[in-house]
Design a protein around this ligand. Structure first.
Ligand SMILES: [Mg+2]
Length: 454
């Protein structure tokens, strides 16, 4: 995994040392020797991770970290604080400034690279979401993702030591709903049930905590669930294995309540951020494929699906047919009863249209009062049956308006089956000619396109 890392330290010798070790592992490195430079370089170079010295003159590491995390242009970049002292207060202060983790000087390579790999993996997921959101239909509309520290959260705590479980639970945010268990099977069920954070005690005998973490990571339903693992002090190997399995963060025994609280908050905040990006993305996707008035697919979506079905038919797959339907004298409905009545007719028309479709068929509002149905696997004879069913369901009973009156509506339909190798435009043109023939022959009827190969 190659990535660019920003190394910040006021001692040039420390910068050079870290730079050499990172470059030996094929990381790209940029550097800064004070807080102000670090902020500027982070913004301009957009590194994938920042190693930040705590003790620096003028602006110290905490202050630098807070500013990096306050700026929307840099807040997604993981920050690892490098400290000479390993004091509880320092760690909590750093976590509160938004640091993602700590390394203690002198830095041991194994721990450092395990941490870096873990944070880079997480960043990759967030970057992908950020990228997809910025290129989606909702770009710019969603604005800043909200961060609600007090939002309720579901936390699953797994430990075989009931006293430890109690202490962990006491440290969690007050609005957290906590489920405690020492049974990995129960933990998996709880994790799948909309959990926001999983805390696994890897120091408990009686179950294999690392195996539980691996199962949570390999299950599609829980792949994104943050895991905070409790490890034995000074057991670098256990910590590294946990991080390499995809555990998001580790904390050493004896667990400090303040540190556990701060690390849990960081994980919950990151998960909420990712969840919000994902939900914006889902809305964007929905908007991009759906017609707002009728809820049917839109023209862009149906065109791409039609092209796929035609490609498959041309390559020896099942045939594909098309219905092009246009409501008769729709302008008259709009002019006589108003646009609200017109919209109501369009919605009712859409629901009658959908009622008569097979599961495979795809219906779209193609424009104004024009609708398209793509029928994969259907020849012209089946398309004719479907079109006639639609025609009679529209003609069969009037459309109710909001004032209680009912208006008669009819539809004209052209149908066509795709020729092998035919272009999308050519098929649509033939369906449109058939529709025109239905209109000129008196409306409220179905006409088929000439099916001789063009
Ligand atoms: Mg220093």
């Amino acid at each position: 995994m190659s990535a660019r890392i920003l190394v910040v330290d006021d001692q040039a010798a420390n910068v050079r040392l870290l730079e050499a070790r990172l470059q030996a592992e094929y990381f790209e490195v940029c550097t800064a020797t004070n807080g102000a430079d670090a902020i500027a370089v982070a913004k301009a170079e957009q590194p994938d991770l920042i190693l930040l010295d705590v003790m620096m003159p003028v602006m110290d590491g905490y202050d630098t970290c807070s500013r990096i995390k306050d700026d929307p242009a840099t807040r997604h970049i993981p920050v690892v604080m490098v400290t000479a002292l390993d004091q509880r207060e320092d760690r909590i202060r750093g976590l509160e400034a938004g640091a993602d983790d700590f390394l203690t000087k002198p830095i041991d390579d194994v721990s450092m690279f395990a941490r870096i790999r873990s944070l880079l993996r997480l960043k990759e997921v967030l970057d992908e979401l950020r990228y997809r959101e910025s290129s989606s239909a909702l770009a710019g509309i969603s604005g800043d993702v909200q961060d609600d520290i007090d939002a309720p959260a579901r936390v699953v705590v797994v430990s075989a030591d009931p006293r430890a479980t109690c202490r962990f639970a006491a440290a969690l945010p007050s609005k957290a709903e906590i489920l405690e268990t020492h049974d990995p099977a129960e933990a998996i069920i709880a994790a799948r049930n909309d959990a926001d954070l999983l805390i696994v005690d890897l120091t408990s005998p009686g179950y294999d905590g690392l195996r539980l973490c691996a199962r949570i990571r390999s299950d599609a339903a829980t792949r994104q669930l943050p895991i905070l693992a409790v490890v034995r002090p000074a057991d670098v190997q256990q910590a590294v294995r946990a991080l390499d399995l995809g555990v998001n963060d580790i904390i050493q025994r004896p667990v400090d309540a303040g540190e556990l609280a701060a690390r849990s908050r960081t994980q919950l905040r990151r998960k909420r951020y990712a969840d919000q990006l994902r939900s914006h993305l889902d809305e964007g996707m929905e908007m991009a494929v759906t017609d707002a008035l009728t809820g049917l697919h839109n023209r862009r979506y149906i065109s791409s699906r039609l092209r796929q079905a035609m490609d498959s038919a041309s390559n020896g797959g099942a045939p594909v047919s098309l219905l092009l339907a246009d409501i008769d004298h729709f302008k008259h409905i709009n002019d006589t009863y108003g646009h609200d009545a017109g919209d109501r007719v369009l919605r009712d028309f859409s629901s009658r249209l959908q009622t008569g479709l097979r599961a495979l068929d795809l219906a779209a509002r193609y424009g104004g009062e024009e609708f398209v149905v793509v029928m994969p696997g259907a020849g012209l004879a089946e398309a004719r049956i479907a079109a006639e069913r639609l025609r009679s369901s529209i003609d069969g009973s009037g459309f109710d308006l909001s004032d209680g009156t009912s208006v008669p509506v009819t539809v004209s339909i052209g149908i066509a089956q795709a020729h092998r190798g035919e272009a999308l435009d050519a098929l649509l043109r033939r369906a449109d000619e058939a529709l025109y023939a239905a209109k000129t022959a008196g409306r409220n009827q179905v006409q088929a396109a000439d099916n001789a190969a063009a």
